[in-house]
Design a binder for this molecule. Structure first.
Ligand code: CP
Length: 314
């Protein structure tokens, strides 16, 4: 595998999940694989889990890690072809990507959606430009439209926690004061579409439909109570309006996840999460919350991906 850009780069989800669970038993089993190799992690946006878990994964594999907060500390990059650079940008991505490639063997990129222009976000300009001009593999650490490392960690968590032959998994929208991207929800949906043995439903207020090219035929239920009936896992996530692009058109607190609504289901969220806006304290502090384990699995998701990329480099 040369790049990990989206869920489409997973050739066998069961195999990747099994590999992650094995690595978890002995995280340093492959510490020779990354010897002499370096990964550069470029953050155009904030992070806690992605930054630390990807570093940890790389270190478990024996790699050296360089991290740069590109958004605050790097030169403002130009992406347009033929632009006369007489405005705010100082360096073209063509040079930047080639230069960074000389310092490392894999480049990780985090670059969120701007949520101003849908077409621009869907072009995944930062991620795709680095893919085009870099000479080393690219790792998506959350782009405009996807967060495939998170979704792989979620698949590991589901596999570890599930005890049923056909569990019901619900992705439920929740209110949030700010406009958030669709990336986590998109990749979770794409990952769930690979789960043949799970009953999957999305619930959100009318008007909050995700991109139909991603949801395809996935079942959508606008009545949250109906969707949550008999659920085994409830994944809660906010996203901004996709049709009225990037706008917050609903903050209805009736969509906040409570213990009563959760029932006996296990609770999932990628974090960070706003308490008592997205989900009630009682859920996060309760025994049915899997959020800390999901965050733990970010290390093993990243380690599987890095292992697969390193195998092609060696
Ligand atoms: N879930 C996740 O990606 O967390 P961070 O934004 O803290 O990296």
């Amino acid at each position: 595998m040369n790049n990990y850009l989206s869920i489409k780069d997973i050739d066998s989800l069961p195999e990747w999940v099994a590999m992650a669970r094995k690595l978890k038993e002995d995280p340093k089993a492959d510490k020779e694989l990354g010897q002499g190799k370096t990964i550069c992690l470029l953050f155009f946006n904030n992070s806690l889990r992605t930054r630390l878990s990807t570093q940890k994964a790389a270190m478990n594999l024996g790699m050296e890690v360089i991290v740069m907060n590109f958004g605050n500390e790097g030169w403002a990059l130009e992406y347009g072809d033929g632009t006369i650079m007489d405005q705010g940008t100082s360096e073209h991505v063509k040079e930047a990507a080639q230069v960074v490639s000389q310092y490392c063997d894999i480049i990780g990129i985090r670059a969120f959606a701007g949520l101003a222009y849908r077409d621009e976000d869907e072009d995944e300009r930062v991620l795709q430009s680095f893919k085009e001009y870099a000479s080393v593999p690219i790792l998506n650490m959350e782009s405009s439209v996807g967060h495939p490392l998170q979704a792989l960690a979620d698949a590991i968590t589901l596999a570890e926690q599930n005890t049923k032959t056909r569990p019901k998994v619900v992705l439920s929208w929740a209110p949030h004061p700010k406009a958030l991207p669709h990336a986590v929800a998109n990749s979770f949906v794409e990952m769930m579409q690979l789960q043949q043995e799970m009953d999957f439903v999305i619930t959100h207020p009318q008007g909050y439909e995700l991109n139909e090219e991603i949801t395809k035929g996935t079942k959508i239920e606008f009545d949250q109570e109906k969707a949550l009936k008999d659920a085994d896992f409830v994944y809660v996530k906010n996203w901004s309006n996709y049709n009225d692009y990037g706008k917050v058109t609903c903050k209805d607190p009736n969509w906040t996840m409570t213990q009563k609504k959760l029932g006996k289901a296990q609770f999932m969220h990628c974090l960070p999460v706003r308490r008592n806006m997205v989900v009630a304290d009682e859920v996060l502090d309760g025994k049915q919350s899997l959020v800390i384990e999901q965050a733990n699995n970010r290390t093993y998701a990243a380690q599987v991906v890095l292992k697969k990329i390193l195998t092609t480099l060696n």
